[in-house]
Design a binder for this molecule. Structure first.
Ligand SMILES: Cc1cc2nc3c(=O)[nH]c(=O)nc-3n(C[C@H](O)[C@H](O)[C@H](O)COP(=O)(O)OP(=O)(O)OC[C@H]3O[C@@H](n4cnc5c(N)ncnc54)[C@H](O)[C@@H]3O)c2cc1C
Length: 278
């Protein structure tokens, strides 16, 4: 989908630059004038009429040229994130299966929360069940073992080989695979996976009031708003920001009201796949 979006943007004369990190936001106190970014091709300054930020809010606050008041910085520095390591295991077969009238089938779950207290594994994904296109050989199963952690802690710091060994051992110990069935493995570390609702989050309003004063700066998405947003919410915030600009609406409260329904994350939906902790 995003490749198609990129194609259409370019078709209309837009430019997409990747590999740049914005580390300075220049303003006149009311509006953002430009951002400065470093990348493979050196440092560049980008001027613009409107700026959308998906950078973690803590990093955005550090990059503002006008230093925010001490209380606002205290809140942004106190925001907490949870990090995440996922181990992909390609296996020939699982030891567990669904019984159907047609015989044994691959279990139909997209993911399974692991409750056993004696393993560190928190959740297991079956990529085959998200989409068959995620698995080259449909006779095999790509599993994703998820370890929730903090950047730099014991799990985060394990070498790839140790991480794969741990994943294989734990999954075999709880009876889901035989270690000998593993054909391939990969390890991915994802920082700032979860913007947490603890730390200084209860004072988040202080950041919001400060940053919303920049009339042409829009905080959107997940870490951009420090909100536990799924993809649909994240896209919606950006779309609403565009609608606001077109309609001349300067108040940003509608953006902050996305994903505030308390029951959303626990709601059971028909597919059973998109609710809950992503
Ligand atoms: C492990 C995991 C599983 C998930 N599962 C699901 C799911 O099943 N369903 C679902 O709906 N959602 C899921 N989500 C949530 C979904 O991924 C997010 O809601 C969505 O990607 C957020 O979009 P975004 O544009 O805000 O952020 P991102 O997709 O994270 O994009 C932010 C972009 O900003 C760039 N960036 C950050 N800082 C800077 C900077 N200073 N300069 C330049 N660029 C910068 C980053 O490189 C990145 O490209 C999951 C998230 C994670 C981490």
């Amino acid at each position: 989908m995003w490749e198609e979006v990129a194609r259409r943007i370019k078709e209309k004369g837009g430019e997409i630059l990747t590999g740049y990190t914005v580390d300075r936001v220049n303003s006149n106190g009311k509006r953002v004038i430009s951002v400065e970014a470093s990348g493979d091709k050196g440092r560049r300054v980008f001027e613009g009429d409107y700026f959308f930020s998906t950078a973690p809010i803590q990093e955005l606050m550090r990059s503002l040229d006008a230093t925010p008041p001490a209380n606002v910085l205290e809140v942004s520095e106190g925001l907490v994130y949870r990090d995440f390591v996922t181990v992909g295991l390609l296996v020939r077969t699982l030891k567990i299966h669904d019984e159907t009238p047609d015989g044994k089938k691959l279990i139909s779950d997209n993911w399974i929360y692991i409750q056993e207290p004696d393993v560190l594994l928190g959740r297991l994904q079956l990529f085959n069940n998200w989409s068959p296109y995620l698995v080259q050989d449909p006779g095999t199963v790509w599993l994703g073992l998820e370890y929730f952690c903090d950047e730099g802690d014991g799990i985060w710091s394990l070498a790839d080989g140790e991480m794969v060994a741990l994943a294989k051992e734990e999954l075999s110990r709880i009876g889901i695979i035989e270690e000998t069935e593993v054909l391939d493995a990969t390890v991915i570390r994802m920082e700032k996976t979860y913007p947490a609702y603890f730390g200084t989050y209860d004072r988040f309003q202080e950041i919001r009031e400060y940053i919303d004063r920049y009339e042409n700066l829009f905080l959107v998405g997940r870490n951009g708003m420090h909100r536990y947003n799924n993809q649909d919410h994240s896209m919606l915030t950006a779309m609403m920001a565009v609608d606001n600009i077109i309609a001349g609406v300067t108040d940003k409260s509608n953006l902050w009201s996305v994903n505030t329904e308390e029951d959303y994350l626990e709601e059971k939906n028909g597919s059973g796949s998109q609710s809950s902790a992503n």
